[in-house]
Design a binder for this molecule. Structure first.
Ligand code: CO
Length: 205
């Protein structure tokens, strides 16, 4: 990896002598990417984006968990300091985290993480259990999980306050198909879009 790094740096510098000095002192990405840690779903590679274009957070099964200090710090920094225009949650079919959550197996510490996906299952149990094919049911849970994580973004004070103050960011839920490399949009939430009243914060109160 270190040898490849050296070759890459030399290649970029040969192509564009200013490449690194341009990126050195400023970071102005328009996009926060929340994706799965899965090695096959590399944010920059699959979206054809360059260093400097995407602020990235990845965890198992692309979860937005409000007690996760890591995710919440990334979100707050991206929204309030970098002022990203878009936050994308990108899941993927064939996600091991989602598949594990659909079983009754105990995997240790990760049970606590996967329980958040089990909650998504319970929320959509009727729809999911009406799907007879197991693979199709797993795919649908993968999609519903992305949609719920986007909703979880909309439930945060960080996003609601930014929507009020600067009419951004736009929230997007995408799913990536490993078998053909194509990303499919699932859901989009415009700034200020409705959240159920119980999740709405009144900043003027
Ligand atoms: Co995954």
């Amino acid at each position: 990896m270190l040898a490849r790094n050296k070759a890459w740096a030399e290649y970029e510098r040969a192509k564009d002598p200013e490449y690194f000095s341009r990126l050195e002192n400023v970071q102005t990405p328009d996009v926060l990417w929340i994706g799965c840690s899965d090695s096959r779903v590399a944010a920059n590679v699959i979206t054809g984006t360059l260093p400097g274009e995407v602020f990235v957070h990845r965890n198992i099964a692309n979860m937005v968990v409000h007690t996760d200090l890591n995710l919440m710090s990334v979100l707050e920094y991206a929204v309030n300091v970098l002022k990203v225009k878009h936050v994308i949650v990108c899941g993927h079919y064939g996600c091991g985290g989602v598949a594990a959550a659909m079983t009754n197996k105990s995997y240790g510490l990760i049970n606590k993480w996967l329980r958040n996906i089990k909650d998504v299952y319970r929320l959509h149990q009727e729809e999911l259990e009406a799907i007879p094919d197991e693979q199709a049911r797993l795919d649908r849970l993968t999609e519903l999980n992305v949609i719920e994580q986007v909703y979880d973004l909309a439930k945060t004070t960080v996003v609601q306050k930014a929507w009020k103050d600067r009419n951004g960011p736009h929230l997007h839920g995408w799913v990536y198909r490993l078998s053909d490399g194509i990303i499919h949009p699932l859901v989009e939430r415009e700034p200020g879009s409705a959240v159920e009243d119980i999740y709405r914060f009144d900043f003027d109160a």
